[in-house]
Design a protein around this ligand. Structure first.
Ligand code: PBG
Length: 332
């Protein structure tokens, strides 16, 4: 030890700021409150009681009635919003159910917007995969490839249907090129200038969406690598976010969250609009399954993951644990 470092040793004590709960609270850099969280919800056509999703302990497919009840609870708990996903009874090649005003997602949106639309932000997933019989996020050309521009026309129609149903923020999760500007133009032309757009800008082709496929009874047999991003590419994720900013996105998102905190940080540093992250089904399920086995404290692990996502730069996070944590009073 040099003389200088011996001098410093007793003075430089970072632990000083960790000695009492009051001091720790005062110096805490990041907080996690109900308003920072958005709860994804699944509504399935034809159900008359909620049905558990095996690969997502604690998460259910909802009937219209149980959806209404849980949305009210989300509002009472002070959550920032709910993101609705529809599970239709029938599917076809172009996803007709997505644009039908009587399709399950649009019916559910109408019900929820009327019930809680003034207290939290009612949001809808804008993508075709739940509604197509092939399970892809777009429509297919005659060679079976996802047709970008034909898909944009379907997204534009879907956006109008969701806006008419009362959705306040549309989650563009299809990863087609030009989707933000296509949907913005369609909404504006139809007079829906106040409906906001959340661009799932940096959405990676991830194995962590596995349990979601159960949640929406997905029909997909192939993969989504011609439109979702390669997990190897950070720069490309930033590029997608910059494109969405140019196209008029009101919020940009990175998804999944935990494996992509570097991308999230870079996007947060560059973005001129709020940046959100989606802690996806597999990220939720890993913790829930380990907790069921008694291998870790599920609540603490969910909180730590969400706090880390906020620390990396997310203004808000989509999380399946949002309502549970809020109702337990763990978000302060
Ligand atoms: C597309 C969509 C998906 C998710 C959200 N929106 C599925 C996919 O792209 O394969 C996944 C969310 C999750 O895993 O929690 N409609």
């Amino acid at each position: 030890m040099t003389d200088a470092s011996r001098d410093l040793a007793p003075r430089i004590r970072p632990r000083r700021l960790r000695q009492s709960a009051a001091m720790r609270r005062l110096v805490s850099e990041t907080d996690l409150r109900p308003r920072h969280l958005v709860l994804p919800l699944f509504v399935r056509e034809g159900l008359d009681a909620p049905q558990p999703i095996g690969s997502m302990p604690g998460v259910e497919q909802h009937s219209l009635d149980s959806l209404r009840r849980i949305a009210v609870q989300a509002a009472e708990a002070g959550l920032g919003g709910v993101m609705l996903f529809g599970v239709p009874a029938t599917r076809d090649a172009i996803g007709t159910g997505a644009t039908d005003p009587d399709g399950i997602l649009n019916v559910a949106t109408r019900a929820i917007a009327a019930e809680v639309g003034d207290t939290l932000v009612v949001q809808t997933d804008l993508c075709l995969d739940e509604f197509t019989d092939h399970g892809h996020c777009g429509v297919l050309d005659d060679r079976g490839r996802v047709d970008n521009d034909a898909s944009l026309e379907r997204y534009a129609a879907m956006a109008i249907a969701q806006a008419e149903a009362g959705s306040q923020l549309l989650g563009l999760s299809g990863m087609m090129d030009g989707q933000t500007v296509a949907v913005r133009t369609a909404l504006d032309d139809a007079g829906f200038i106040d409906v906001a757009l959340l661009a799932y800008s940096a959405k990676y082709a991830s194995a962590f969406y596995g349990p979601f496929r159960d949640a929406v009874d997905s029909q997909l047999t192939g993969d989504r690598r011609t439109y979702q991003l390669d997990p190897a590419n950070g720069r490309e994720g930033v590029r997608e976010a910059l494109i969405d900013l140019d196209e008029g996105a009101d919020v940009v998102m990175v998804k999944p969250a935990l494996g992509y905190l570097d991308v999230l940080r870079q996007v947060a540093d560059l973005s001129t609009v709020p940046v959100w992250a989606y802690m996806v089904s597999g990220e939720y399920a890993m913790i829930a399954a380990a907790a069921q086995n008694g291998w870790l404290d599920g609540d603490r692990a969910q909180l730590e993951a969400l706090l880390s996502i906020r620390r990396a730069g997310a203004d808000a996070v989509l999380s399946y644990a949002a309502l549970d944590l809020a109702q337990k009073g763990l978000l302060t």
